[in-house]
Design a protein around this ligand. Structure first.
Ligand code: GRG
Length: 314
């Protein structure tokens, strides 16, 4: 497995810098829309869940893909700002999925990002509506991108993101809930992680490519390879999430550790054990590298990010 030094990228600094860009841009979005002044309790719940924490991995993957593909001459300040807005859109969809995932009728978790989950702090009805508001705001901000992004690109972005939740997160969540207390096979667990987690991670990568490439002749080939790269990286992300639920603690994770076992969830370690799960995550990342190796793009950043995903501690 390649190490950080082999790629010559200080990934921790990169992650911190991009996270700051995304956090600042999210704050700017909330300062810019007047509508947030009506129903303050709703928007307090939205900001509570969105603006306070999170690794911003989906947003960072979008920016990193954009930066790996963009020709320097095309990298105008406006276009980077548009990429940041799309990164924020992805983080809104992700944050809404976490709010709904924590609800009593779903995973029923009292803790998220080291704080009481949204429904614990604001009540169930407000939490549901905060999720709904975030999901629609995610698309509103894409329609408001600058003229640097064509109308076709906007539609492609919206289509990519809607597919990720209609055909990914939502069915993945249904399957995940259905598999509690069941003796699930590995293929069922793989299918859940593909839908529930990998679909949005893949969409984050594709979104970055859509902003960078526009009419590039090799666009469809690049997107095909990034699609497989994203799915494999996303599966590895969920495998590591399942492993950390067992091996890490609540304080480090910012969410209740050991919950999967307690709730008898279908996870990689529950089906194939911890060691095999780690091996499978390594294998997914190694296959993901292979998907983009032959592309004529600067893939070091994406490789360093998937390597970080494999070795993350929270
Ligand atoms: C999106 C319309 C729509 C519905 C949501 C509730 C639901 C349907 C889906 C649940 C999806 C889910 C919670 C998947 C788990 C993915 C995962 C590994 C989350 C943890 O992500 P991190 O570690 O969290 O990136 P931070 O806090 O760092 O952002």
């Amino acid at each position: 497995m390649p190490t950080e030094t082999e790629f010559d990228i200080d990934i921790k600094t990169y992650l911190n810098t991009q996270k700051k860009y995304i956090d600042n841009h999210l704050n700017e979005i909330f300062n810019n829309y007047e509508h947030f002044k009506a129903a303050p309790n709703l928007w307090d719940a939205v900001k509570y869940s969105l603006l306070n924490g999170g690794k911003r991995l989906r947003g960072i993957l979008c920016i990193a893909t954009y930066e790996s593909l963009i020709e320097q001459t095309n990298n105008s300040k406006e276009r980077f700002q548009d990429c940041l807005t799309v990164a924020c859109s992805l983080e809104m969809i992700h944050a809404m999925s976490l709010i709904h995932d924590d609800l009593p009728s779903m995973d029923n978790d009292d803790l998220r990002r080291g704080k009481p989950s949204c429904h614990k702090a604001f009540g169930e009805a407000t939490a549901i509506l905060a999720g709904d508001a975030l999901l629609s705001l995610a698309f509103q901000i894409i329609t408001d991108l600058t003229k640097e992004i064509t109308e076709t690109q906007k539609l492609e972005l919206i289509s990519t993101l809607t597919k990720a939740f209609s055909f990914g997160l939502v069915p993945g969540q249904i399957l995940d809930l259905a598999c509690v207390n069941e003796n699930c096979s590995l293929s069922v667990v793989q299918n859940i992680s593909l839908l529930k987690t990998a679909a949005l991670i893949k969409a984050s990568i594709i979104a970055g490519a859509l902003i960078a490439l526009n009419d590039n002749k090799t666009k469809s080939n690049i997107i095909l390879c990034l699609d497989s790269f994203g799915l494999k990286t996303g599966i590895a992300y969920q495998i590591i999430d399942d492993i950390l639920d067992i091996t890490s603690d609540t304080k480090t994770l910012g969410k209740t550790s050991g919950k999967d076992e307690k709730q008898k969830k279908a996870t990689y370690p529950s089906v194939i054990g911890l060691n095999e799960s780690k091996k499978m995550a390594e294998e997914q990342i190694s296959q993901a590298f292979n998907e983009i190796k032959l592309l004529k793009i600067n893939s070091h950043l994406l490789q360093a990010l998937s390597n970080y995903i494999l070795n993350r501690v929270n």
